[in-house]
Design a protein around this ligand. Sequence first.
Ligand code: NAD
Ligand code: DAU
Length: 353
Amino acid sequence: MSKNILITGGAGFIGSHLVKYMVKSHPDYNIINLDKLTYAGNLENLKELENKTNYTFIKGDICNTELLSDLFARYGIDGVIHLAAESHVDRSIRDPFAFAHTNVLGTLSLLQTALVFWKNDFEGKLFYHVSTDEVYGSLDTGEEPFTERSRYEPHSPYSASKAASDHFVRAYHDTYGLPVVISNCSNNYGSYQFPEKLIPLFINNIKHNKPLPVYGKGENVRDWLFVEDHAAAIDLIFHKGTTGETYNIGGGNEWKNIDLIRKLIEIVDRELGREPGTSDRLITFVTDRAGHDLRYAIDSSRLRNKLGWSHSVDFDEGLTLTVRWYLTNPEWLERVTSGEYQNYYQEMYINRK
Ligand code: NAD
Ligand code: DAU
């Protein structure tokens, strides 16, 4: 059955993988990608979709309710997959208001627009909110992984803003009956990730012989998932998930930062034909991130047992693929690090008209 799906934040890291996945796997769906193109949005990530007839890009802000109403009316939106957000913890420590604005007020604006347009007939409608495991706070070593019943205990302005948005999504379900579903995912890695996040930043620094700033002692633990496995999980939950339900998504793949960094060094040195251990000297321990969560780990048994999801890419394979992608796409990295990528919208969507 044909659907008109609004995906927000589709020019970012996970969003661009999801948009490509949905456009290709569901040729009968119209995918409308709404993205403000902040520093994290890059239309080059979506280059391969330029001639697809079931794909439309709209540059705009999720806080703009007039624009949202116009899009719901114009495209007859019957599904929303909401990813647009400020997503970097370090930035949230420097500028928490930007996070409250987009992540909380933006989500609320989308919820309210969906409610106004769908309230007379919720049949076939779904508001899917993409969230993070960081809302559950931090685990000690040896503690059981987060389940969907874990208490919300965010520590950073970023995770606090995502927690607030999750609460609003549930409130719209419980109060107004809006059909919603939420997923909380662990750390993603893969191609097209903005090089402020650990993995792409460190690949780029190793390549250019620049210091690798390891926060604290590098003992924090993250649970890593290949981004395409996240996109597949979102598609599955969107189609088969139970309304009102939450699903945790994780890689079952916990790594201490310092061990992951040593593994990255090994792969990058190998791929560049350097002697093993060449880049070890780049490791530089720096002041820890304020409020740095020690450990995230996700129990995804609900998603596995009820919907039959499993990840398809193991970490060795995924990390090698990821390193190769950044090393064989130096132009992408250079355009992002120089800021040139921000002209792409101008060239693609304004100059050609
Ligand atoms: P990202 O920072 O790479 O991309 C965010 C996108 O949202 C960008 O394209 C940006 O332009 C857009 N955007 C920001 N503010 C906007 C606004 N006001 N209106 C419209 N568009 C706006 O983020 P990401 O890492 O791809 O994360 C996407 C979503 O997944 C976020 O909601 C994040 O909280 C969640 N998430 C991320 C991870 C991860 O490991 N990266 C893990 C779990 C959940
Ligand atoms: O868990 C899901 C979350 O994962 C998402 O919700 C966030 O959007 C995403 O950014 C990510 O958050 P993290 O803070 O875990 O990711 P980041 O890549 O910033 O950092 C990963 C770990 O590496 C973390 O423990 C901090 C550390 N780190 C990070 C950077 C950028 C360093 O030691 N040095 C660095 O320079």
